[in-house]
Design a protein around this ligand. Structure first.
Ligand SMILES: [Fe+2]
Ligand SMILES: [Fe+2]
Length: 182
């Protein structure tokens, strides 16, 4: 998904516009998520990709778009999450925090609650038994894993190339200096 593709989709935008305008949702833009993206970018990727699949399969595209956008709706980074929810695992507890936050923001159907609270299914041993109840929930949990993997892996080749170029330049400069002083 390109950054602009969801913005240009007026049908999709109409489903999430009210949520996207909320300050609390916009604040997700300031939180790093999966190392190289923001939590808002990740949430939009999951929401829009799941929405496109739901449309193709004739499922509830409205609920999947809205709950997909709110599936990681919490404002703590890993460190502050550990401090705020001491004793709870980040993997299994953040869906519950996201659900509570989402309920304060908008009305949620049973399907939307299930999408949010079960999105970590299979992602950690504690989440294996929390079986999703709806087809839409299975789509979001799978799309979440796909987007997370893509977000982590896509920038890596460029980072490795930059790092190798930087090191090669350093070695080259040292060789030049050594030659000049000999
Ligand atoms: Fe999550
Ligand atoms: Fe996620």
């Amino acid at each position: 998904m390109t950054y602009a593709s969801w913005k240009l989709d007026s049908e999709y935008m109409a489903l999430i516009e009210d949520l996207l305008q909320c300050e609390e949702v916009q604040n997700l833009q300031s939180i790093t998520h999966h190392h190289f993206s923001t939590r808002l970018e990740h949430s939009l990727s999951v929401s829009y990709t799941s929405y496109k699949i739901a449309k193709k399969l004739n499922l509830n595209d409205r609920s999947i778009a809205r709950a997909g956008l709110l599936h990681d709706f919490f404002h703590e980074d890993r460190e502050s999450f550990a401090a705020a929810y001491e004793g709870y695992s980040h993997a299994s507890h953040h869906p519950h925090v996201a659900l509570q936050n989402a309920k304060l923001l908008t009305e949620l159907t049973e399907l939307e609650c299930d999408i949010i609270v079960k999105h970590m299914w299979l992602a950690s041993p504690a989440c294996i038994r929390t079986l999703p109840k709806f087809k839409e929930s299975y789509i979001v949990t799978m799309v979440d894993k796909y987007c997370a993997t893509k977000e982590v892996l896509t920038p890596l080749p460029k980072l490795i190339k930059t790092n190798v170029q930087y090191k090669a330049k350093n070695v080259w400069n040292r060789l030049k200096l050594a030659n000049a002083s000999s």
